[in-house]
Design a protein. Structure first.
Length: 280
């Protein structure tokens, strides 16, 4: 029999503030946000697992705890590294025994903008910049490269988790207004920076060249030299633009793009289109 979720909790007495130990416990639990990911409720199972220690301290009434757990098992999906922002706001409302429809509405409103902000902050800015620097170190034989990447990436995401949990819990619903006030500008600026870095990585690490030389009497016409005279690194740029076109126009996944690049590499090497990297 399904649990009927009421609109209000039975015990409306505000609960005491959650202690640091409980907040930190929920931060660590949030690492498992996507452990039970499914296409019906997305991250709902991981969300409830993460927030449960706080709910158990807030709701000493068993019926209220059951109601809270039930509505926190509803559809949930946000950026996994910024989830503690939503968690702090929801816990603040739960602690003050706000009505359940309000908590539901705030949870949905808070989780929405974080997807774009998180992608711009991490996947379009932090990862390209950090990976570009540390991968160059690794290519040059510096063993510290991959360790430095993991150190920087995890320091940023863990720092954000701790900060967002404590800040949003103290601010409550006011944190949503502060976040969304400049979310559009922040996301655009981070996206532009990320695209700039991707362009720099393309010309720096995209070393694809043509091995096409056309005989012309006593001389030869080097196609790659002509292309470099028009625009250096034109071939890597063309490949990047092709992959972007396929993902944007035909909704190709990154895996399909990787397979395409692999096929192009094998065919080009087999027919001698790309220069050999092996010493003769």
């Amino acid at each position: 029999m399904a649990f009927n979720i009421p609109n209000n909790y039975e015990d409306l007495t505000p609960a005491p503030q959650l202690d640091k130990k409980t907040l930190n416990k929920m931060i660590w639990r949030s690492l498992f946000l996507q452990a039970s990911f499914n296409y019906e409720r997305m991250q709902a199972g991981g969300w409830l697992y993460s927030i449960l220690p706080g709910l158990e301290k807030i709701h000493t009434n068993k019926k209220d705890l059951a109601a809270s757990m039930s509505h926190n098992l509803e559809f949930f999906n946000t950026h996994p590294f910024l989830v503690n922002f939503v968690m702090g706001i929801v816990l603040s409302l739960e602690q003050n025994k706000a009505d359940i429809p309000t908590i539901r509405a705030v949870r949905v409103a808070a989780m929405g903008p974080l997807g774009g902000i998180g992608d711009a902050l991490f996947w379009l800015t932090l990862v390209p910049i950090t990976a570009g620097i540390t991968s160059n170190m690794a290519i040059n034989g510096n063993i510290a490269g991959p360790f430095l990447f993991l150190l920087i990436f995890n320091a940023v995401q863990f720092g954000l988790r701790y900060f967002l949990m404590n800040w949003s819990y103290k601010m409550g619903t006011n944190a949503i207004g502060i976040l969304t006030a400049s979310a559009k500008e922040f996301t655009r600026a981070a996206s532009i920076m990320g695209i700039f870095v991707v362009g720099a990585l393309t010309v720096t690490f995209g070393d694809t060249k043509l091995n096409l030389v056309i005989p012309n009497g006593h001389s030869k016409i080097d196609i790659q030299a002509i292309l470099d005279g028009v625009l250096p690194s034109m071939i890597p740029l063309a490949i990047v633009l092709l992959l972007y076109f396929l993902m944007r126009k035909f909704k190709w996944t990154p895996l399909r793009c990787i397979l395409l690049v692999l096929v192009l590499g094998l065919l080009g090497s087999g027919f001698g289109i790309w220069p050999s990297i092996w010493p003769k």
